[in-house]
Design a protein around this ligand. Structure first.
Ligand code: COA
Ligand code: AMP
Length: 634
């Protein structure tokens, strides 16, 4: 591709967003074309393709069948944990989706109704998502590693008519029964779904509640296929809850029209894949990466998508990724750096890589957390393909910054996700909302309006949307990441500006964990920080101040709070370490100095905060951290 092509496309996307995205939208099937490309009549609420009507499922499946791709594989399910590989053609997948849409409709699910999907990485999870899209219903997928309480919070917010779940998930060799978690969540929730449709897996069969629960297979057998229901481009396709600064997650909304247009555009222009190519995102359908790049993007583009039910290591070994790439002829793969750190730890010399023919593999994309240059270089050296770090978040649904391989392969700078993607007007501002000089660190923000496919609002929470994202830096979307742009226009994402930590690519709120610790009867005060970890990037670490007079063994209390976080938030939080301290370091106005504690734990230099109430406490914190192994080798 010609030098300067990226820059030309990027500039056009900002100068003429209407023309740019209208052109991309020509590639999508519309039941009715839009009246307006960008409706900016009610800022800061922007709407794309207002007046247009389409169906997301039609664009993902039926369109390709109509265009002669019916026999092409749409989905390869590869499950080392069950020893199964199964391929579904576009026609087979469409037929299953249409039938499940019929099953949902038979339970009264229609346009605008919500359906929660709490499932492991099985094809039925995709079938359920696409069936909702077919009906114009709104799905909300909840990641399987979340505990009943987190699921209950989401049930109460989304108020689903139906929940779709499975009897169990499989974590390496361990069977995790999902159904008891679902039953407990429904018991805890104020809102009760009318029905649950349960996929019975042979490793663990679930007890069904008479009158409420239906067996997936029976529901399918009884259903008649349902056709695609046209919806407004601006209607919601899904809600995906993501960690916010409290225990109350934010319901990120995705619309139908902008989503199809943007994701289809990214497949060719960012990832460089053509219809027919095999594309694999090794993530989970419970996360945004799974929504955008296991399910929707590749299917909109007529690719073959891989659904992998396994881990980078241990299922059965550190060569499993290369086996999948080679066996299914994957052209482009997308995963989180943590997966590569796990592989690198087990196979530092890349011996497994040498055993497979990876000749058709062209590019590796990484995202979800900061990509450390060591991991990037290890992957580059051993795979011999471009390794592209790209930066995005649940809110944006697709890359904010990337090396757009379909436009022009720019030189890679380790530590940088390269340059803003077309449509993403990224700036760095100071606390007064003034742009800083190139090279200076500040808040990373994106000028409004955000491009299509990003979030138009939060579910039932317009004001929270404005307060959380748009008020601190008027005119911009606050990404809550800090970083800088260098002289060459490369963006560097350094850290979060809020309480979010990134554990093995999973986004978690330390505020949410603090709420759990504070609920322990012996705890007077607490703090949770993220500490560096060589494998998972970050791990949570808790500090507990006990109530006066509590004389119990500290290790017992720590054990109890660890169990509480596991039970209330989930195993995925990986909260395993806490330490009891006499006091927490605070400013004179009472703000806990979490950033300073984090620096001590990570063995970094820190400046004594000018506003600290009592500097001696930091010595006590240092001693307590040494007691639990920090600073470690993270
Ligand atoms: N259902 C139930 N439990 C789950 C789960 C799920 N879907 N996913 C994770 N868990 C559990 C794990 O079993 C583990 O439980 P344990 O504490 O009892 O052992 C815990 O949650 C933590 O899991 P995880 O973070 O996956 O750690 P791990 O040590 O099992 O594996 C990695 C480490 C790096 C191999 C793994 O995290 C990984 O593959 N990460 C990639 C992340 C990713 O795809 N992120 C999406 C953004 S692109
Ligand atoms: P999530 O919403 O779970 O996708 O998490 C989004 C957050 O993960 C971002 O706001 C960043 O903090 C972090 N993140 C994602 N990708 C990258 C990246 N390539 N580099 C640095 N941080 C990243």
């Amino acid at each position: 591709m010609a030098k300067g092509h990226y820059q030309a496309v990027f500039e056009r996307s900002l100068q003429d967003p209407n023309g740019f995205w209208a052109e991309a939208a020509e590639n999508v099937h519309w039941h009715k074309k839009w009246d307006k490309v960008l409706d900016d009549s009610n800022p800061p609420f922007y709407r794309w393709f207002a007046g247009g009507q389409l169906n997301t499922c039609y664009n993902a499946l039926d369109l390709h069948i109509d265009n002669g791709r019916g026999d092409q594989p749409a989905l390869i399910y590869d499950s080392p944990v069950t020893n199964k590989i199964k391929t579904f053609s576009y026609r087979e997948l469409r037929d299953k989706v249409a039938t499940f849409a019929g099953a949902l409709a038979a339970q009264g699910v229609g346009k605008g109704d919500r359906v929660i999907i709490y499932m492991p990485m099985v094809p039925q999870a995709l079938v359920a998502m696409l069936a909702c899209a077919r009906l114009g219903a709104v799905h909300s997928v909840v990641f399987g590693g979340f505990a009943p309480n987190e699921l209950a919070v989401r049930i109460d917010d989304a108020k689903p008519k139906v929940v779709v779940s499975a009897s169990c998930g499989i974590e390496v060799a361990r069977v995790i029964p999902y159904k008891p978690l679902l039953d407990e969540a429904i018991r805890l929730a104020r809102h009760k779904p009318d029905k649950c449709i349960i996929l019975q897996r042979p490793m663990e069969r679930a007890e069904l509640v008479a009158g409420r629960d239906l067996d997936w297979r029976e529901a399918m057998d009884a259903a008649a296929p349902h056709d695609c229901v046209p919806v407004a481009a601006t209607d919601p396709l899904y809600i995906l809850y993501t960690s916010g600064t409290t225990g109350q997650p934010k319901g990120v909304v995705r619309d139908n029209g902008g989503h199809v247009v943007a994701l289809k555009w990214t497949m060719k222009n960012i990832y460089g894949v053509d219809p027919g190519d095999v594309y694999w995102a090794a993530s989970d359908v419970g996360w945004v990466v799974g929504h955008s790049y296991i399910v929707y993007g590749p299917l909109f583009n007529g690719n073959t998508t891989v659904l992998f039910e396994g881990k980078p290591v241990g299922t059965p070994d550190a060569g499993t990724f290369w086996r999948v790439i080679s066996q299914h002829k994957v052209k482009v793969m997308f995963t989180a750096p943590t997966a590569f750190r796990a592989i690198k730890k087990e196979d530092p010399n890349g011996e497994f890589i040498k055993k497979y023919d990876l000749s058709q593999f062209k590019t590796l994309f990484l995202a979800g957390e900061r990509c450390d240059p060591d991991t990037l270089e290890w992957a580059q050296n051993h795979l011999g393909v471009p390794v592209i770090d790209h930066w995005w978040q649940t809110e944006t649904g697709w890359a904010i910054c990337a090396n757009c391989m379909g436009l022009e392969s720019l030189p890679v700078k380790p530590g940088s996700p390269t340059k803003p993607a077309p449509g993403m007007d990224v700036r760095v501002v100071d606390e007064n909302n003034k742009e800083v000089k190139r090279g200076d660190i500040g808040a990373l923000v994106i000028k409004l309006p955000l491009p299509p496919g990003t979030f138009p609002t939060l579910w039932n929470a317009d004001q929270r949307f404005v307060d959380a994202y748009l008020s601190e830096f008027p005119g911009y979307h606050k990404t809550a990441d800090a970083g800088y742009i260098d002289e060459g226009g490369y963006v560097f994402v350094m850290s979060r500006t809020d309480d979010i930590i990134n554990v093995a690519g999973h986004r978690l709120s330390t505020g949410g964990m603090e709420e759990v610790l504070a609920a322990h009867p012996d705890v007077a005060e607490c703090a949770v920080i993220g500490v560096d970890d060589q494998l998972k990037g970050q791990l949570p670490l808790g500090f507990l101040v006990l109530k006066a007079g509590v004389a119990r063994d500290h290790s017992e209390i720590v054990g109890e709070v660890v169990k509480m976080v596991r039970e209330r938030i989930g195993t995925v939080a990986a909260f395993r370490t806490a330490t009891v301290v006499g006091r927490l370091p605070k400013t004179r106005s009472g703000k806990i100095l979490r950033g300073t504690m984090q620096k001590i734990a990570n063995g970094q230099d820190y400046k004594m905060p000018a506003t600290i109430d009592d500097p001696v406490i930091l010595d006590e914190i240092t001693v307590a951290l040494k007691g639990v192994g920090y600073p470690g080798s993270g």
